[in-house]
Design a binder for this molecule. Structure first.
Ligand code: GRG
Length: 300
């Protein structure tokens, strides 16, 4: 009897292989930076684990658009560098003042505040270097577009803007629109840049880019809603960061405004909408569809 051949997408195997590729690329990404103490502080946070969702989204979007994921790897690494620097700065005493990240003491706890700020700055600038100077084989006009995406996602129109509003809203009653603004900027902007940049590298059509923008908005918001939920439902051990921080900092979150059940329902609805726009791309979209589901099913 001929054994049945399963054509189902094996997401566990996909995620494991993609993480391995990303970890390898991250490990090789820093080179002989000087001074050595700065390199050590950069590597400490960059290679501390983490889900690597952002670089994997970049690779998956590139492949969906018909590109070679290897060409998108420097950009994928850049995304993780920007994400990591944002975590280093977010943990500083002037911001969230946290001691634990990715299961280890935060960067400033190990290297001091000044070095942590500078390690973050160096990772941010290195990210732009990765795209502009270390992306062989990608046409320069596409790289220029990616640089633009990175700049928009990082600065006032993205992470920095979201973080400022988040800090200003601490200990204040915040409505749903403001909370959505914070989430879409602090978290959604970089996820969107990851997806769009991967597709740009592959020379995606305007039609696909438009669908991917909708997809990224949905998963970005859903990702942060789940983050809010995990902050109250998961332990610090599992999260690798201090649980219950939002309550301590008196932050408005989705669970606070809507309750846990409605928050989860919203996240699931957003993921459902995000997946629906990729339906025309059928099997090629399997990784991005599975990554969207992973966002709501994750436990850390
Ligand atoms: C980018 C110039 C620049 C400055 C940064 C500090 C800051 C400005 C922004 C804060 C952004 C921030 C920390 C948003 C939270 C995003 C978030 C949900 C992080 C957790 O992401 P995971 O769960 O973490 O993917 P791992 O560790 O798995 O990578």
């Amino acid at each position: 009897m001929t054994p049945a051949v399963s054509t189902a997408f094996d997401f566990t195997a996909y995620l494991e292989a993609a993480r391995w590729r990303v970890e390898t690329a991250l490990d090789g990404s820093l080179g002989p930076e000087r001074p050595e103490s700065l390199r050590e502080a950069m590597r400490y946070s960059l290679l501390a684990g983490g889900k690597r969702l952002r670089p994997i989204l970049t690779l998956a979007a590139c492949e969906l658009a018909g590109g070679d994921a290897d060409l998108a790897m420097p950009t994928a690494v850049a995304m993780e560098m920007i994400h990591t620097m944002s975590l280093i700065h977010d943990d500083l005493p002037a911001m969230d003042n946290d001691d634990l990240r990715r299961g280890r003491p935060t960067n400033h706890k190990v290297y001091g505040e000044a070095k942590a700020i500078l390690a973050g700055d160096a990772l941010l600038t290195r990210a732009f270097e990765m795209v502009a100077l270390r992306s062989p084989g990608v046409p320069p006009d596409r790289l220029l577009q990616v640089v633009g995406e990175l700049a928009l996602a990082s600065g006032a129109p993205g992470l920095v803007g979201g973080q400022v509003v988040d800090l200003e809203c601490e200990a204040r009653q915040v409505d749903l629109d403001t909370l959505e603004y914070i989430h879409l900027h602090k978290t959604g902007a970089l996820l969107r840049a990851c997806v769009i940049s991967g597709a740009l590298i592959a020379g995606a059509s305007e039609e696909l880019l438009a669908s991917l923008r909708t997809y990224a908005r949905g998963i970005g918001l859903a990702f942060q809603i789940i983050d809010d939920i995990l902050d109250v439902t998961a332990s610090s051990d599992v999260l690798g960061k201090t649980a219950g921080k939002d309550l301590t900092a008196d932050k408005t979150t989705y669970p606070k405004l809507l309750g846990l059940e409605e928050s989860r329902r919203r996240a699931e609805a957003l993921v459902c909408e995000a997946k629906a726009v990729l339906a025309p791309w059928t099997t090629k979209a399997a990784p991005l569809l599975a990554l969207a589901d992973y966002i709501t099913s994750r436990d850390r």
